[in-house]
Design a protein around this ligand. Structure first.
Ligand code: GP9
Ligand code: MN
Length: 423
């Protein structure tokens, strides 16, 4: 009820991190382009195949700071069973997904105060792009609640056999066909492109790649390298196209790996990939790193070691746009802030901080990978539990019904209709 929301509001206020003046409002008024990098894990960045070939040469350049891009190497996915959609949920709400079940499917009718709505009220056109049917993960419902005006789903793409693979569009034709839609949006726009073809089990059509698969005794792992290389090329194409259209200098681009691609079932091969005897529970927790790239025009980038998770991205973006979120119910903190909290709660109860990894109740020192006294993890476990519990309360009680941040204009859901626009 409303007393809960007061308590939660006080908590999130006390958790607020003041923006860093070197980043605050540096992207004010710019377009926003999110790119969800399907199943991309951070180990692939700067990884070299045994013959010395880089898997993701373009992303590696971005990680080194090309095109004013900052790369977060200690960034983690925090998804549950809602996978891609759980990541989307965090990006746009800075709330946690649920410990059981996909929040997109279970809570699509809740009230949210999400990024698309926040931008729409500021005159941004808002659009999502994804080469799969709009009802998958209940996106067509949830996107309305988040405030997306437009949803370019499979209906807008040439879904012929050569362009598609398991769930839908391959990344290259997807990017190619998305560009005209993207450039037709009214600027400034807030958009997201959800890539798809780097999806389990990662096998590719022969004609789409010349990259040699791995040789690690596990076809899923072997194919992952080909498939990630293909995605790298698709992203390079995206950057080339955005440059050509004059959009690169006018847009904040946030690209993130949505969740792991290679589960623990592939640990034997992953040990070979990483040159280890075996993958321990500590190693497995470290493998939950996913890449986060943020391109900010005229802000020089490079690789940074700040620890953070998906729930931290919205406060980061809002600071860059010069939008004050102190009044919002959010559970992450701005990654560029000097007050950013380097604590990453996971839905399975694990917690990672810049010092420790708490995995299955065991506390490890991040530097040595060795077990340390479990009392050292206690304050972080307590804080993580608080964050998750409050977020769950907000979602299960649909508490944002009882609260409106100052100046927030809720989306007019009755006016949104994804069926009307025809190709
Ligand atoms: C499906 C795409 C992939 O539309 O988001 O789903 P995933 O299995 O990764 O959640
Ligand atoms: Mn996914």
């Amino acid at each position: 009820d409303s007393s809960d929301i007061n308590e939660i509001q006080n908590f999130t206020k006390s958790n607020y991190a003041e923006p860093n003046p070197s980043y605050y409002a540096k992207g004010k008024g710019m377009n926003v382009i999110y790119v969800s990098l399907e199943s991309l894990q951070s180990f692939i960045i700067n990884y070299k195949m045994p013959d010395g070939t880089e898997v993701t040469p373009f992303l590696n350049k971005l990680a080194a700071g090309a095109d004013d891009t900052t790369y977060f190497k200690n960034f983690f996915h925090q998804t549950g069973s809602g996978k891609t959609s759980d990541a989307e949920f965090m990006m746009e709400n800075s709330l946690f997904p649920l410990s059981q079940g996909p929040v997109f499917q279970m809570k699509g009718f809740n009230t949210y105060q999400a990024a698309p709505a926040m931008m729409n009220q500021r005159g941004y056109e808002t659009a999502a792009f994804h080469g799969n049917v709009k009802s998958f993960w209940n996106r067509d419902q949830m996107y309305k609640a988040l405030g997306y005006e437009r949803f370019f789903d499979s209906k807008y793409y040439d879904m012929s056999q050569k362009n598609t693979k398991n769930y839908g569009m391959k990344d290259k034709p997807f990017i190619k066909e998305t560009m005209p839609y993207l450039t037709s949006l009214k600027q400034p726009f807030y958009s997201k492109l959800i890539l798809l073809s780097n999806h389990f089990p990662f096998g590719m059509d022969k004609e789409d790649t010349t990259f040699k698969p791995g040789d690690f005794g596990d076809s899923v792992v072997n194919n992952y390298f080909q498939s990630a290389n293909y995605m790298d090329q698709a992203i390079e194409q995206l950057f080339t196209d955005l440059k050509k259209e004059g959009l690169l200098d006018k847009s904040i681009i946030i690209m993130y790996g949505d969740h792991y691609g290679l589960s623990e079932n592939h640990n034997d091969a992953m040990a070979k990939v990483l040159g280890k005897d075996q993958i321990t529970p500590f190693d497995n927790a470290q493998l939950q790193r996913v890449p986060l790239f943020i391109h900010i025009p005229k802000i020089s980038g490079g690789t940074v070691s700040t620890y953070g998770g998906e729930v931290d991205v919205r406060p980061t973006l809002m600071s860059l746009l010069g939008i004050d979120t102190k009044d919002y119910i959010q559970f992450g903190t701005d990654l560029f802030s000097k007050e950013h909290r380097q604590i990453i709660p996971f839905r399975n109860g694990d917690v990672i901080t810049n010092k420790y990894s708490i995995v299955g109740g065991v506390v490890y020192d991040n530097g040595t990978g060795k077990k340390v006294d479990s009392s050292l993890g206690k304050p972080y476990e307590t804080q993580a539990k608080k964050l998750l519990d409050y977020s769950d309360k907000v979602i299960f009680g649909d508490l944002l019904r009882f609260y409106k941040p100052k100046g927030f204009v809720p989306p007019d859901i009755s006016k949104i209709n994804y069926n009307t626009d025809q190709k």
